[in-house]
Design a protein around this ligand. Structure first.
Ligand code: SF4
Length: 287
């Protein structure tokens, strides 16, 4: 049985960087606190907890002898200032793609322009971005929401990094009708999610079974599963190698593997090793 990995899988650039920042911080000897969970992966969070990382929900929970880490979603300037006041050191692991959205919003607001950000108003990334331009920014989920906005002055249109392009373009079009000047439309969607889906799609038609490694409640992992199921009915979303049922691989000659952007390499390696063991056993049984 051959085990094939998708061309793009696992940690995205921003998550990998944030985990590396936390590991560097651990090397400094002080307790490390992340504001909100660093990543949405239970097993990786447990591993980091064992190494001495804990999660706080509020900057007020950080004390003077601790290192505070800002996760990839970023925070408002106010929260960052609060952390800097309280912690021994602040490590800013905001993904540079998110920083770009923050800076664009801040710049447009300084020029007295409106900012329309397409995304979920409650998402931490959006809360952080709004903090850079609090008086000028509107967060909208879709083109329908734009109908409720006031007239817009020379607007900038940007998006949450994980948004669908179609939604972004529809909002940009709707904003045009409300604006007193041609909007500045900057596509700030990150390709990490789409790249993983495209790579999974390319592999799904070539395999007899497909394992998607990621959180059962992660929307990205669920979407990856749906993409694989379109071409490979034998697709499974698993969190760890323990969930692999050898009976599902009875007739499989080729097995695909992919993982969501929050899944660490060590979990992926465990799954691949387990699949190879099962494959070797079934080869042996057939001899
Ligand atoms: S998905 Fe994209 S924007 Fe978000 S952390 Fe990963 S690389 Fe950065």
């Amino acid at each position: 049985m051959e085990v094939l990995l998708a061309n793009e899988y696992g940690f995205c650039f921003g998550v990998k960087r944030a985990v590396e920042f936390v590991e560097d911080a651990l090397g400094k000897g002080a307790p490390v606190r992340t504001l909100g969970p660093l990543i949405h992966n239970t097993q990786e969070m447990q591993r980091l907890e064992c190494e001495g990382v804990s999660t706080v929900q509020d900057p007020a929970e950080v004390s003077k002898n601790e290192i505070a880490v800002i996760r990839a979603h970023g925070v408002t300037p106010q929260v960052q200032a609060e952390l800097e006041k309280r912690a021994a050191q602040v490590v800013d692991a905001t993904c540079p793609f998110v920083t770009r959205v923050q800076r664009l919003a801040e710049g447009a607001a300084k020029d007295g322009r409106h900012v329309v950000v397409v995304g979920s108003p409650d998402h931490p990334e959006m809360i952080g971005v709004v903090g850079y331009a609090p008086n000028n920014t509107f967060v909208v989920r879709d083109a329908e929401d734009v109908k409720n906005l006031p007239p817009l002055h020379a607007p900038l249109v940007v998006s949450q990094t994980t948004l669908k392009l179609k939604t972004f373009l529809e909002v940009a079009e709707a904003v045009r009708a409300k604006a007193d000047a041609e909007p500045q439309v900057v596509n700030t969607i990150c390709s990490a999610t789409r790249d993983r889906q495209d790579a999974a799609r390319a592999l799904a038609g070539l395999v007899d079974a497909f394992y998607i490694i990621g959180g059962k409640h992660s929307s990205n992992s669920i979407k990856l599963l749906a993409v694989c199921q379109e071409q490979c009915a034998n697709s499974f979303l698993i969190e760890t190698q323990d969930e692999i049922n050898p009976a599902d691989l009875h007739d499989a000659r080729r097995v695909g593997v992919t993982a969501g952007a929050s899944t660490p390499n060590w979990l992926i390696d465990q799954v691949v090793t387990r699949l190879r063991e099962i494959g070797n056993r079934s080869n042996g049984a057939g001899n």
